[in-house]
Write a protein that binds this ligand. Structure first.
Ligand code: SF4
Ligand code: ZN
Ligand code: ZN
Length: 297
């Protein structure tokens, strides 16, 4: 297998692009695809202060690495979820990565705060992932606001977004389909714009980028993700893509074309109040996070 750019030995074959690349040209392709999304969706400007949400997994570490290499002012924000074993190993990867490349990091430790996910879920009698979603959203929003960031970037990739879109279509969840858009606007006075620069790249490509560039990431999935329905949609898309290369990106980008003119400037959060307990913006007098953690006190 030869690189389509230099005819050297290829390290990866990308069937949907009908191309194979050596390491150097794969890195170039990966960066170009990321830049294409940043420009097409006007995600941020060169001078913007970016916070990237990192989990220790490949996608977020790769995104952090690419944005840093592009010369962006980027800080990694990691939340230790307090999931024994998994959180320890993922935190180790994040701190080792930040040290290796000399990157700025913010770390919030839920064990220190008294809110480790399994404990809160048990006390509140809620699903771990539902609790995790509320708590992560809160601390990411809080850190972005307190740190004066312009934009929050996440490592969502093509497989994540296309499978989420497929799930929403299959359940006719029209109101959630827009969440798969690569840019979610700022809301109210405190919620920052959210962007997903890796939406043109697959999980296989982010894994290859990580391995080829010495990015050591946590390979295991969060133990709470076992049995998640999102995995079923990912598997279904992967089967289709195996048989018909290019279908996944066609499906996702055609959706983006269809909804690109939708007015996203006004969101529900424009009507927000201030949480009387923590001071963050909220739909009610007390925010979802404060109502949740009240149950564990
Ligand atoms: Fe949180 Fe793990 Fe659930 Fe993901 S799978 S939402 S990290 S508890
Ligand atoms: Zn090459
Ligand atoms: Zn609150």
């Amino acid at each position: 297998m030869k690189c389509v750019k230099c005819n050297g030995n290829a390290v990866i074959n990308i069937r949907r692009a009908n191309a194979a690349f050596c390491k150097e040209h794969f890195n170039e392709y990966f960066t170009e695809q990321t830049l294409k999304s940043i420009k097409q969706f006007r995600m941020f400007r060169k001078t913007d202060k970016i916070m990237v949400c990192v989990s220790g997994g490949k996608d977020s570490l790769v995104l952090w690495h690419v944005l840093h290499n592009l010369g962006c002012d980027v800080t990694g924000m990691y939340i230790d979820l307090g999931i024994n074993g998994y959180s320890d190993r993922s935190k180790e990867k994040v701190t080792a990565f930040a040290d290796k490349f000399g990157l700025k990091t913010i770390i919030v430790d839920l064990r220190e705060k008294g809110y480790p996910i399994p404990f809160v879920a048990r006390r509140a009698k809620r699903e771990d992932c539902a609790v995790c979603g509320t708590i992560k959203r809160y601390y990411f929003n809080r850190a972005a606001y307190d740190g004066g960031f312009d934009v929050v970037a996440t490592g969502h990739n093509l497989d994540d977004e296309a499978s989420r879109l497929l799930a929403n279509i299959m359940h006719w969840n029209d109101e959630y389909m827009d969440n798969t858009y690569p840019v979610l606007p700022a809301g109210g006075k405190m919620l920052k714009k959210k962007v997903k620069p890796l939406v043109r790249l697959t999980e296989r490509e982010t894994a290859a980028f990580a391995i080829l560039n010495g990015i050591d990431y946590v390979m295991e999935e969060c133990p709470m993700s076992k049995g998640a329905t999102s995995l079923i949609f990912k598997e279904a898309l992967s089967t289709i893509e195996d048989k018909m290369a290019g279908t996944e990106i066609f499906f996702y980008t055609k959706f983006l074309e269809r909804v690109k003119d939708k007015d996203r400037s006004k969101t529900d959060s424009d009507e927000m109040k201030i949480c009387q307990t923590c001071g963050m913006e909220s739909f009610m007098d007390k925010c979802t996070f404060c109502r949740l953690v009240e149950k564990v006190k």
